[in-house]
Design a protein around this ligand. Sequence first.
Ligand code: RNT
Ligand code: ZN
Length: 418
Amino acid sequence: MSESQIHAAYAIAKERYAEYGVDTEKVLNQLQDFHLSMHCWQADDVKGFEVQNDAELGSGLAVTGNCPGAARNIDELRQDILQAKSLIPGSHRLNLHEIYGDFQGKRVDRDEVTVDYFQSWIEWAKENDTKLDFNSSSFGHPKSGNLTLANPDEGLRKFWVEHTKRCRDIANAMGEAQQDACIMNLWVHDGCKDVSVNHALYRNLLKQSLDEIFEKKQPMMKDCIEGKVFGMGLESFTVGSHDFYTAYAAKNGQLLTIDTGHYHPTESPADKVSAVLPFISELMLHVSRPVRWDSDHVTIMDNTTEELFSEIVRAGALDRVHYGLDFFDGSINRIGAYVIGSRAAQKCMLRALLEPQSLISKYELAGEGYKVLALVEEQKSMPWQAVYDEFCSRNNVPVGSAFIQEIDNYVANVTSKR
Ligand code: RNT
Ligand code: ZN
């Protein structure tokens, strides 16, 4: 499609939305202000750069697929992230896990990590106009086992408490350097494979660990806590369940992370937005795609993601949500995975923003149910895609599937040589 065709299609879309009282120029500005936190771990199948670490990923997580070209070191990962970003409209953050430190060939255990190992990331982020978010890493380590922060072995529990405290220091330093709070996510896999009777013990231990971890005030970072239904190999019980963290966050003021892959298949992550926002100040999202289980497939425009973003917009909560991605598919081109997943998330947000909310709301409050249904249905076939094309064009990134050619070139020139 030529530039003039893109603009012509947009002009028509603009008029059609205006008929419903929706200002597409305002929406384009809102979309420009919608920043994803791109997870670094799609680039290398969650391996990270620890020198000592040849442990399996484990801890309830699994990556499948062996598409060639994965990033093998920090330089390759940075190059891949920049390549992906060049194909995604807008400006986006980068979400690092602790295992992605710049360890320079040194063995640094998880309870020894300091901001020194993230200095080069802070500089890289500044040079590339990118803000950083952060995660403590409890998986893929000889001490990971089935229990970390909820471990009855005091030595092991303290090891992971120390790790997580240090991660908060690092996140705070990142926040200071970028003059914008760094969002640090805490997820631990702790759970049981089979029938177990000490659930209360584990949950009290997790609470105790969290109390210790969050004791220190860290003004330039925000803590978020992420629950889950189950992990592979830990199918029967999860210490940090959604209820546990919702209660903890509501009581203690942390952010709650909603990972779209972490609920029962018929449970709606979208429905949680308006349920928890009266009690929880802000949310972090992990936008993912569970296929039959928490498989972390690449985000697409599915009902879950569309409904989730619509609920955020309808709740007037755009400024109370942080939008992290969390998928890792090793079976397809990894840059392609970033571009498809990020664009899909943006499209879901765009459609949510284009909804003529005040009109529909008026009908609903007047008891005119069929009009609500009619308008919500009608939105599905409105020309939102012309608005997205215009957004890509204004951001100087390929429109539509034209990014495929760019990725092919990158494979030919870069990743095929790895
Ligand atoms: C695991 C959680 C967690 C991880 C990342 C790597 O089920 O979703 O967020 O995917 O931290
Ligand atoms: Zn997650």
